[in-house]
Write a protein that binds this ligand. Structure first.
Ligand code: NDP
Ligand code: ZN
Length: 356
């Protein structure tokens, strides 16, 4: 079979590999829609995971079940499924403690295009099919469904981790597909005022549709100062970080009130300085005593998560299709779509490649 791979840091291309083997609890999936991710960009062009050779890329897919192992009960060939970006080992100690995305080591629930071949392939392998697949609801478009595995799951996690109370204020730093989903999540969590920080006109438009009340451009001056000014110097109750460079936490801590939560979604693909660190501002963090809490997380995966997010879409709580700004037809277009994700033209939120 063929796959679109990271050949080495900075280099991508087509490769041939054997079709993956299906274990007793596994499934083999033929993708019908794929989406490249900013994380693929960090992995390939920033070498964020370290060197990977001939590893098939991609972790955002929906598809058709092609084969299941003999212990799989709930899925059969022909089923149309959502595949979470994160496919935890559900029988592990980290799962029992409530951290399924961290099974098998830090970020170990992230297998596709990290520890094993990803989804940009004719076929790909899913572990624990009964726990890691969800049926695509009748009538849901491919474009909407393929936003669920990572964009909705990560963006909503940003809002869930932010301890948003009814009526509290939230700033969302970065309004790509992750931050936009964070805005929709913040609305569902009951936020009052929501600041959206970004500049791409299409993102600004969708941010307003999803419920942002104030738009801030980080190009118009210090972001935190703009938000402090708009809130009479008080700042916000919660900050969701979903964009910006290695120094974005400087802004986040500066605009955060005492008692706030800074909920990070960012994949810090690059660090700062010789020792590769991420700076936290000493004074704006009140010398480490400011009751400003940083929470991090990797996208939640698994079947129940996908089913619940599918309900969010089915029952009209948000329309993820607004984020699918560029649609390509045919697997051969995946390289073009990935480069678009890297180059981020002003009219792009997220490209989708349809295979059927
Ligand atoms: P995008 O690149 O599409 O969006 C980034 C956003 O950040 C844009 O709105 C951009 O603005 C904005 N931005 C850039 N610089 C600044 C700044 N200085 N201050 C504030 N905002 C700024 O990214 P995605 O939405 O695809 O992904 C966001 C992050 O989430 C990435 O780091 C990605 O790797 C990570 N991620 C993490 C996951 C997890 O499990 N934790 C899963 C998936 C992704 P502009 O409008 O000007 O472009
Ligand atoms: Zn992704």
């Amino acid at each position: 079979m063929k796959g679109y791979a990271m050949l080495k840091i900075g280099e991508v291309g087509w490769i041939e590999k054997d079709r993956p083997k299906c274990g007793p609890t596994d499934a083999i999936i033929r993708p019908t829609a794929l989406a490249p991710c900013t994380s693929d960009v960090h992995t390939v062009w920033e070498g964020a995971l370290g060197d990977r050779h001939n590893m098939i890329l991609g972790h955002e897919a929906v598809g058709v079940v092609d084969e299941v192992g003999n212990q799989v009960k709930d899925f059969k060939p022909g089923d149309k499924v959502i595949v979470p970006a994160i496919t935890p080992d559900w029988d592990t100690e980290a799962c029992q403690r409530g951290y399924p995305s961290q099974t098998g080591g830090a970020c170990g629930g992230w297998k596709f295009s990290n520890f094993k071949d990803g989804v940009f392939a004719d076929f790909f392998h899913v572990n624990l099919a009964d726990n890691n697949l969800a049926l695509i609801p009748e009538g849901m478009s491919q474009e909407a469904a393929v936003m669920i595995p990572d964009m909705l799951s990560t963006g909503f996690m940003g809002a869930e981790n932010a301890n948003i109370e009814i009526g509290s204020s939230v700033a969302v730093l970065g309004i790509g597909a992750v931050g936009l989903s964070g805005i929709a999540g913040a609305v569902l969590e009951g936020a009052g005022r929501i600041f959206a920080v970004g500049t791409r006109p299409i993102s600004v438009e969708v941010a307003k549709k999803y419920g942002a009340t104030d738009i801030i451009s980080y190009k118009d001056g210090d972001t935190a100062d703009q938000i402090l000014e708009a809130t009479d110097g008080e700042g916000v109750d919660a900050v969701i970080v979903s964009g910006g460079g290695p120094d974005i936490l400087l802004d986040a801590f500066k605009m955060a009130k005492a008692g706030s939560t800074i909920s990070n979604n960012n994949y810090f693909g690059k660090g700062q300085g010789d020792k590769d660190t991420i700076p936290i501002p000493r004074v704006d963090w009140a010398f480490g005593m400011g009751d400003k809490n940083l929470i991090t997380g990797l996208c939640p995966g698994g079947r129940t998560r996908m089913e619940r997010l599918a309900d969010i879409v089915t029952y009209g709580r948000m329309d993820p299709e607004l984020m699918a700004t560029h649609t390509f037809k045919g697997f051969d277009k995946i390289g073009e779509a990935l480069e678009l994700m890297r180059d981020k033209p002003r009219d792009l939120i997220k490209p989708v490649v349809l295979l059927d």
